[in-house]
Design a protein around this ligand. Structure first.
Ligand SMILES: NC(=O)c1ccc[n+]([C@@H]2O[C@H](COP(=O)([O-])OP(=O)(O)OC[C@H]3O[C@@H](n4cnc5c(N)ncnc54)[C@H](OP(=O)(O)O)[C@@H]3O)[C@@H](O)[C@H]2O)c1
Length: 255
């Protein structure tokens, strides 16, 4: 069966991707750690849209998680024709004071698992001469982020990697887009222990971000910054001297 795999589908952007894609009659594989939430969403989508929805519980920051997930999907004879690489988290605070295990998990999830999933799905997409991959980065990808140093660096990796992949697989008929949201109303700020972070004040609607991402993927746009204010913010950052951009970002990333 052809399926769309969505990571981080238990909340926020991932759950909205699931609702939108189920409404377009995609069969889905939902991946995250919170099984209760995934089960509830799967039941809702099956009932509402009559699609098949498979729940896969996985901690994608674990070193062999992607390998094990792909093995389970192969056993079920599920073919991933669309991959939404959405799972990710951030953490607020000066790098030296952060828990090293948590920072490593962040790299494992935001970068390594995302890259491994792309590598796992590409061979069959190449054979079929079709397929789509949407990698979720952030406006954080465009500058350094003092007080969220590892998170910003991880999202720069996602953007750079996705743009390169976009060019590499274009001749194979495979679409690769990178979605760069700005601050968005999801559970992200709770997970980042950033309940009072200034950026939360500017948080926009999650639905619009998902619509922008899916539209960019449909037209195979290499990357999209979602929202007019975020586009202005990114361009202003690109035109500013880097010391200024760093200083402003540091002030923004204070809880
Ligand atoms: N919200 C924002 O302001 C914002 C801005 C720019 C970019 N983004 C990016 O958007 C993406 C989605 O985040 P969101 O805003 O929707 O936040 P969210 O509501 O916190 O969702 C994060 C999702 O990732 C999953 N996840 C976290 N750790 C995981 C792990 N170890 N293994 C598997 N799944 C894991 C979570 O599920 P479980 O906890 O159930 O595992 C959850 O479904 C992320 O990549 C984030 O960096 C968000």
């Amino acid at each position: 069966m052809d399926v769309t795999l969505i990571t981080g589908a238990s909340s926020g952007l991932g759950a909205i991707f699931a609702r939108k894609l189920a409404a377009k009659k995609n069969n889905l594989v939902l991946v995250a750690r919170r099984k209760d939430r995934l089960d509830k969403l799967a039941a809702e989508l099956t009932k509402a849209y009559g699609v098949s929805v498979f729940v896969e519980v996985a901690d994608l920051s674990a070193p062999t998680a992607v390998y094990k997930l792909m093995k389970r999907l192969a056993t079920k004879k599920l073919e991933i024709t669309c991959l939404i690489n959405n799972a990710g988290f951030g953490g607020l605070g000066a790098f030296a004071t952060q828990d090293m295990a948590r920072q490593t998990e962040m790299i494992n999830l935001n970068c390594t698992a995302l890259m491994q999933l792309c590598h796992a799905v590409l061979p069959s997409m190449k054979l079929r001469k079709s397929g789509s991959i949407l990698n979720v980065s952030s406006t954080a990808a465009f500058q350094a982020g003092p007080n969220m140093a590892v998170y910003y660096a991880s999202k720069a990796f996602v953007l750079s990697f996705s743009e390169a992949l976009h060019e590499e697989v274009k001749p194979d008929g495979i679409k690769v887009s990178c979605l760069c949201p700005g601050p968005t109303k999801t559970e992200f700020f709770d997970a980042a222990s950033a309940s009072s972070v200034k950026l939360k004040f500017f948080a926009g609607a999650a639905e619009k971000v998902v619509d922008d991402g899916l539209a960019a993927l449909a037209r195979n746009q290499a990357f999209i910054v979602s929202g007019i204010m975020n586009k202005i913010f990114v361009q202003a950052g690109r035109l500013s001297p880097r010391f200024l951009s760093r200083a402003i970002t540091k002030r923004m990333n204070i809880s």
